[in-house]
Design a protein around this ligand. Sequence first.
Ligand code: GRG
Length: 303
Amino acid sequence: MAPREIMAPEAVNEVLRGRAGIVEKFLAHYQDYIPGIPARLAQAMRYSLEAGGKRVRPVLCLSCAGMCGLDAGKAVPFAAAIEMIHTYSLIHDDLPAMDNDDLRRGKPSNHRAFDEATAILAGDGLLTDAFYMICLLDLPAKAVLAALARLALAAGSSGMAGGQELDMIYTGDKGITLPRLAHMQALKTGAMLGASCVCGAILAGAEEKQIIAIGEYGLAFGKAFQITDDILDIKGDTRDMGKPAGSDAASGKNTYPSLAGMAESEKAAREETEKAIAALNAFSGEDASFLRGLAACMNKRSK
Ligand code: GRG
C-alpha cells in the first residue's frame, strides 16, 4: 500500500464496524472477570455499554497500536476500558445534576431506565472496573503503566472531568471567547480521543517521534470531532443522532458555531481534519490508511 493512502469511506465503515465488533464482544463478557456484581448494577452497566455508539475511541486505540506494530488483539482489554470510561461519562453527563437528558443513543438515558442513584453507581462501577481490566493486560508492565497514567490523566480532573466542570461554568455565560471554548472542548472531548490514540502507540512500544505524531493526529481529530458535534446539534437529525437536535442552544451552551458562525466552524472542522491526516505522513500501511480515512469520515458523519 502506498504511503499517504486514504481509505475510502465504505471501507472505513467496514473496518470500523469490524473492530468495534471485537471490542463489543469483549465488553459483553467483561463482567465474567469481576464476579459478585449486584444484578441490578450489572444490568444498568450493561444497558449503557450495549446501547450502541460508534466505538470511535477503542477503535482509535486498536488502530494506532496496530499502526505501530502491535498485534491489536493484545490491546483489546485496554480499548474496552476506554469505552467503559467513555460510557461512564455519558451516563453521568445525562444526570439531572448535569445535562438532564432523557435520551442517549436513541434510548432512555440510564437514570431514566433505572434510577438516579443506580445511574451514578453504574458510572462509578464502569470507571473503576475499567482500571481493573487494564491490570489484566498481557503486555510489558512498563508500557501498561505508561498508558494507564496517560489514560487516567485524560479522564480525570485535568482532562475530561475538568472539561465538564468548565462546560458547566461556561454554560449561559455570554462573555466566553473562542479560545476559552476551545480549551474547554480540548479537555472535555479532546483529552480522551487523544489518549485513545497515544495509549495505543505506547502499548505498542512506539518510538517517541511516532508517539508525538500520533498525539498530533489525536489532537486535531478531537478538535474536528467536537466542532462537528457542535455543527450536528444545529444541522443534524434527532433520529440519526439518538438525542434531540438543538439541545445545546436550548440549554444555553456556548458552541463553536454560536461563537464563530457556521461557515467558520465548517472551515475549522475541515482544517483540523487535514491536520490530522497530515500528522500521519510518516506512517504507511492499512492502519494508517484507515486512520486517515476515519478522520475524513468523522468530519462528514450524521451522528
Ligand atoms: C461526566 C466526567 C463527565 C464527563 C462528561 C463526554 C462528556 C463529558 C459528555 C458527553 C456530552 C457531549 C456531547 C460531549 C462532547 C463529546 C462527545 C461528542 C461525546 C459523544 O461521543 P460519541 O459521539 O458518542 O463518540 P457515541 O454515542 O458514539 O459513543
